[in-house]
Write a protein that binds this ligand. Structure first.
Ligand code: NAD
Ligand code: ZN
Ligand code: ZN
Length: 322
């Protein structure tokens, strides 16, 4: 079959790869319907996530139609339309039983790679390096889905493919940010990043009753999307002093909840961008954590700063005192 593969830093190609096969009774093979690019894929292209190999199939946000099922699959049949969670969880280990699905002990068959870096291994993720399990991604004609009864969800007939698709990653990720940051009615919530994840976090905060939701980015078309489709307010971080503006918008206190949805390749107009960029390119630090610093700095006293962005390792100038 044809698939989109990683070929090295900033290198992507289309090539023929082996068709996925059922190797275990709980696997299914999915004929991919829709598959999209997540901000996390940019970190792979930039070469900032370890353990990618040339030829790895990319993609982890997807839906499709069940083409083949293993004998142990009980909840799905050939022909079912399903959306698949980007993280792989077994449903049976300690982490899954405690609803910490993305930390599943059985989703990542290569735990040693990240144990060295982080102490413990996270779960597995499709198309996201051998450090997260080496699973083939969804930018392909077909993809193998393990632990199917837990990770694939039937799509109701009245929900379109396009709407169901984002239940794979951006929507639950954004929801997780607002939920775990414990957004409450009447809160002022600021979200850094107007990509899919930031937009969904903003929408989730609105659904949870936040009084004001403000999304920060520098890309006009994304800020416009936020205003028209999400219904939140926006700030351009290249035009205004974000912390001062947020203070003004929250009665002088600062936002109650600050959600960072930018990740390790943040931009900023100031000299710290150059500082972080030079250190990242020289591999003296793994991440450019500008938006995290800004979120912590802007948050009201006793407020909650929550990071959704993907980061790889140690960073510099982290405002621990704050
Ligand atoms: N925790 C998870 O499970 C999970 C899931 C999906 C994505 N992510 C991560 O969330 C982050 C966002 O994902 P996405 O798909 O929305 O990415 P994206 O690249 O589409 O969006 C990131 C946005 O941040 C903006 N940005 C850069 N610097 C900024 C700054 N200083 N202040 C404000 N905005 C800034 C960019 O202009 C861009 O629009 C990425 O790091 C991604 O890896 C995490
Ligand atoms: Zn993702
Ligand atoms: Zn598990």
């Amino acid at each position: 079959m044809k698939a989109v593969t990683w070929r090295g830093v900033d290198g992507v190609g289309v090539e023929s790869v082996d068709d996925p096969r059922i190797l275990n009774s709980h696997h299914l093979v999915l004929e991919v319907g829709l598959t999209v690019t997540c901000g996390s894929d940019l970190h792979l292209l930039g070469g900032y996530i370890p353990a990618m190999r040339s030829g790895d199939v990319l993609g982890h946000e997807f839906m499709g139609t069940v083409a083949e099922v293993g004998p142990g699959v009980t909840r799905h049949q050939v022909g079912d339309r399903v959306v698949v969670c980007s993280f792989i969880s077994c449903g049976q280990c300690w982490y899954c039983r405690n609803q910490l699905w993305s930390l599943c002990d059985n989703g990542n068959p290569n735990p040693a790679i990240t144990q060295g870096l982080w102490g413990f291994a996270p779960g597995g993720c499709y198309g996201y390096s051998h450090a997260l399990g080496g699973w083939a991604g969804s930018h392909a004609e077909d993809v193998r889905v393990p632990h199917t009864d837990r990770g694939a969800f039937p799509i109701p007939d009245d929900v379109s493919d396009e709407r169901a698709l984002f239940a794979s990653d951006a929507a639950p990720t954004g929801w997780t940010g607002a939920h775990q940051a414990e957004v409450r009615p009447e809160d002022v919530v600021a979200v850094w990043g107007a990509g899919g994840v930031g937009q969904m976090a903003a929408r989730a905060a609105m659904i949870m009753g936040a009084e004001r939701v403000v999304v920060i980015d520098r890309l006009d078309n994304r800020l416009e999307q936020v205003r028209t489709h999400i219904g939140a307010e926006t700030l351009d971080h290249e035009e205004v002093d974000v912390a001062a503006e947020l203070r003004e918008m929250s009665g002088g206190r600062g936002p109650d909840v600050c959600i960072e949805a930018v990740g390790m390749e943040a931009h900023s107009p100031g000299p710290q961008y150059l500082y972080d960029q030079v250190k990242q390119q020289l591999r003296l630090q793994t991440d450019r954590p500008t938006a995290v610093r800004e979120a912590i700095h802007a948050c009201r006293k006793g407020g909650t700063a929550f990071t959704l962005g993907v980061f790889a390792g140690p960073v510099d100038k982290f405002p621990l005192g704050r």
